[in-house]
Design a protein around this ligand. Structure first.
Ligand SMILES: N=CN[C@@H](CCC(=O)O)C(=O)O
Ligand SMILES: [Zn+2]
Length: 431
């Protein structure tokens, strides 16, 4: 090799997460993650080639022997530091205008999510503001949020539409996401969520027909012309929002448009969403606070990824999802920040901390959930989510001798994260 993009050397530790090309980790596999430790003076090195892919991970002496004559665009001396894969956020609603800080006060005073929603607040409040906002205004707000995510270590994020609930605003949101894909260093998996709520003045049946007969056909045209690249279809399957039959119709229409199923289910009421998702071979189902035992078994069998969201359960004081039971039953469990105007959290380290304390996950389980399993929830586990040769060179380097400090030092990521690397390029540096 004559030239490479990045050499990181001298690290105390590199958490590889996987070593054998696993596409997801389940049960016991989440408990012990593959890692490489400094051996005496011999630290850990990682090489990203000029194509942005990981080319080697090993001890300094071996890498030095192989790459001694190679010129790198950048060399990072990571003495005393730890390297981990770029974090992957499996669930966010980051394109919107108008904050809901006033609703936070209402909820602290005892109002439930559905009480706020039915009183015209919640999603419908954000819809009004988002419909009124220009595309540029939305982009500026979105950009700032994405860059804050990058500073917290996120290199791949799922981003939903869903604050338009009619064709023009939904497409406006998807165009804003598309622009960020072109202009920003963070990688995005985008999700059409025109069925996030029933718009004011409509019935569920009318909203379902509008998504299927108006919004999805327009999306199909824009995908065909290359104006939009959208990956997933989402529905908020919830009592008082979209019932199981409407959800099924919309998700099936999404599949016919070429989208992967990735939807909200069993959040506030048991809806048998997990069973529905498993039957439809959903790639992922989010929330699942109210999943049934049969739903857990169905997801373990179907391989649909459970994207659980600790910030939502925390802010809304919900009974947490049965994360332990899901993991122990063999469900693939991933994490998302659920950034949205209800749960204003842009940080995966914070999300992982909450998963450990409130969902009783171990730190290793939370890292597996925020890397390889989140990649699986987005259909990108072949290329993302672990530090293995041939995968994209997405890394977080923290100034601590063990990676667990990223979780242990609650709200400490600003201080700990020294570099965030995307495809071998440093996209954030605190050094
Ligand atoms: N539950 C539905 N959707 C979001 C909340 C969106 C909102 O309140 O604006 C969620 O995942 O938590
Ligand atoms: Zn959500």
């Amino acid at each position: 090799m004559s030239g490479g993009k990045l050499l990181v050397r001298g690290a105390r530790q590199a958490v590889l997460v996987c070593r054998a090309g696993e596409r997801a980790l389940r049960g016991e596999e989440m408990k012990t993650l593959a890692s490489l430790e400094q051996d005496g003076d011999n630290g850990v090195s990682l090489v990203v080639g000029s194509n942005g892919l990981i080319e080697a991970v090993g001890h300094d002496a071996d890498i030095q022997q192989k790459y001694g004559s190679t010129k790198f665009d950048r060399v990072i001396d990571a003495a005393g530091m730890s390297i981990l894969p770029g974090l992957i956020d499996g669930h966010t609603h980051p394109v919107w205008a108008g904050d809901r800080v006033h609703e936070f006060a209402m909820k602290l005073a005892g109002a439930t999510y559905m009480e706020v929603h039915k009183a015209g607040g919640g999603i419908n409040f954000t819809v009004e503001h988002t419909r009124r906002a220009s595309e540029d205004e939305l982009y500026t707000l979105f950009r700032d949020r994405l860059l804050r995510m990058v500073r917290a270590g996120t290199t791949l994020v799922e981003c939903k539409s869903g604050y338009g609930l009619e064709v023009e605003t939904e497409m406006k949101m998807l165009r804003v996401i598309q622009r960020a894909k072109r202009e920003l260093p963070i990688e995005i998996s985008s999700t059409f969520c025109g069925a996030h709520s029933v718009p004011r003045g409509s019935t569920m049946e009318q909203a379902t027909d509008d998504v299927i007969n108006v919004q999805l056909p327009r999306l199909r045209e824009l995908m065909k012309s290359g104006d939009l690249e959208v990956d997933n279809i989402d529905v908020f399957c919830e009592k008082g929002v979209f019932d199981v039959d409407s959800t099924r119709r919309i998700l099936q229409a999404g599949v016919e448009t070429g989208l992967a199923i990735n939807f909200h289910g069993d959040e506030l009421h048991p809806m048998n969403s997990a069973e529905l998702g498993a039957e439809l071979k959903a790639r992922a189902i989010s929330h699942l606070e109210e999943i049934s035992d049969a739903g857990i078994k169905a997801m373990a069998d179907s391989g649909s990824v459970a994207v659980i969201l600790p910030t939502t359960a925390y802010i809304l004081r919900l009974t947490p999802p049965p994360a332990r039971k899901m993991i122990d039953s063999g469900v693939v469990v991933a994490l998302g920040s659920d950034f949205n105007p209800n749960a204003f959290c842009l940080s995966m380290p914070m999300t992982m901390h909450l998963a450990c304390v409130n969902f009783r996950m171990s730190m290793n389980e939370s890292l597996a959930a925020a890397t390889i399993n989140a990649a699986a929830s987005l259909g990108r586990a072949e290329t993302h989510g672990s530090l293995e040769v041939g995968k994209v060179g997405d890394l977080v380097i923290i100034d601590a001798p063990r990676w667990e400090h990223l979780i242990y030092q609650l709200a400490g990521h600003d201080h700990l994260i020294k570099y965030v690397v995307k495809k071998g390029e440093v996209i954030h540096s605190a050094a």
